[in-house]
Design a binder for this molecule. Structure first.
Ligand code: GDP
Length: 291
């Protein structure tokens, strides 16, 4: 069965003779539809412009023969360009032992749940020894949530009265106990604010983590660009995780994030359960948009 997008593209070619080059008018019509689809999928305007421009260039040199279906050819080009923008999946850097993984993002994005998911992932799939650290000390509920999750997955949990002491203590503990990775659930706010960014900046300068991972909610839509920019301008991000990918959102946030930060996506959160974490797969994200 064809997706809405493939059908739309195929129907654009109904009038087309099926061979030779597309006229400028035809290219314009196709690009208008593609642009609309991207914007409807919540891909940020700047990212949309960039991909549509690439597609336009490719369409202007494309020559159809009678053997190929123009609709399929164009759909494939769109797919390829989207996959290109998403890039290859990233990784957690384990070059230091223990390696520090700083989880950043705004409140509600799924940062705490994802911290536990990652700990569980590396413990069960890669036989690593993680330590979970609660650094959102101003929100007791957040601390408690992470502690509960850590008990559920049988991963040690550590905290202290401020985020700096928590990180310092965790590093000492990890060195003495031979932990491989320290996952720090940093403070989140309902929106990006200066105080939050200042705290992250100082934490970063003090501990120079090998991994600064931005957690982004895929339902965030166009807002993802603003959030990604704020974090990207504050600390050197090394990767990103897109959560709630099991929901209705089409995943445009992934493209906005990539376009703004250039950092690779590492995982996708695909449900509320601890096990609902998957390695990022660009094809899967693109399928959401072009079917
Ligand atoms: P935080 O404020 O960023 O730490 O966010 P939480 O980890 O508390 O998550 C906020 C809500 O999103 C909770 O109800 C989580 O269960 C839920 N959540 C987190 N990740 C996912 C996901 O991948 N899929 C779904 N469906 N829900 C998620």
């Amino acid at each position: 069965m064809l997706s809405d997008f493939s059908e739309k593209i195929q129907s654009l070619f109904k009038k087309f003779r099926g061979y030779g080059k597309l006229t400028e008018k035809e290219i314009g019509e196709i690009c208008r539809d593609i642009r609309l689809l991207f914007l409807e999928s919540d891909i940020a305007l700047s990212a949309t412009k960039k991909i549509v421009e690439e597609i336009k260039n490719r369409l202007s040199t494309l020559e159809f023969t009678t053997e190929t279906s123009p609709g399929t050819l164009v759909s494939n080009i769109v797919r390829e360009e989207l996959i290109n923008l998403l890039g290859k999946p990233g990784n957690i850097d384990f070059s230091e032992k223990p390696t520090l993984v700083m989880m950043v993002g705004i409140q509600g994005s799924g940062k705490t749940t994802t911290s536990a998911k990652i700990a569980n992932y590396f413990a069960t799939k890669e036989n690593k020894k993680p330590l979970l650290v609660g650094a959102d000390v101003r929100r007791p509920a957040a601390q408690l949530q992470l502690e509960k999750l850590s008990q559920q997955i049988k991963i040690p949990f550590f905290t202290d009265k401020d985020p700096f002491l928590a990180c310092e203590g965790a590093l000492n503990l990890a060195r003495s106990k031979g932990y491989d990775l320290i996952i720090v659930d940093t403070a989140g706010r309902t929106h990006v604010d200066e105080e939050l960014l200042d705290e992250l900046k100082t934490l970063n300068e003090r501990f120079q983590p090998k991994n600064n991972i931005l957690v982004i909610d895929s339902m965030m839509g166009q807002e993802a660009t603003k959030v990604a920019k704020a974090f990207f301008n504050t600390i050197p991000l090394t990767g990103a995780i897109l959560t709630k990918f099991d929901g209705d959102a089409r995943g445009g946030a992934a493209f906005s994030l990539r376009e703004v930060t250039g950092v690779p996506l590492i995982f996708l959160g695909v449900g509320e359960k601890i096990q609902n974490l998957e390695k990022f797969d660009p094809v899967r994200v693109v399928n959401r948009i072009v079917g």
